[in-house]
Ligand binder design. Sequence first.
Ligand SMILES: [Zn+2]
Length: 147
Amino acid sequence: MSMNRGQAWDLLTKYNKEPFHLRHAITVEHVMGWYARELGYGDRAEFWSTVGLLHDLDFEMWPEEHCEKSQELMRDAGVEEYIWSTSGDSRVRESHKKLNGKRFRWDDPPVVDEKTGRRCHPGEDYECRCVALAVFDFDTIDLPIAA
Ligand SMILES: [Zn+2]
């Protein structure tokens, strides 16, 4: 089950206070929800909206550690899993294409190099532009539920 809008908003505003960042988060939330419906994923629109709302979660407070810090903040909030998502263009390396759309745990990174058995998370390989889409789970999430 996915995180609801109130929980996602609480997580966002815990780390983001500036109106510019909040407005940007809401804009991307709406854009991603709109595209989900437009492209025939209407039943998953809420999930994609949440991904959009939280995509820059760490940027206001930790601009130098953008994306790396998000992982920590999401894990703090009880998010243990993510879906590997490539940028979907021709520059994505083969080994990452195979991981696209699959679900992994933060404490168990997937193998990205079958020869050496090396493991990593999205964005950790050299010049990798892949991102981790958080999988929100009501049962493990550690946030006050809004009444
Ligand atoms: Zn990649």
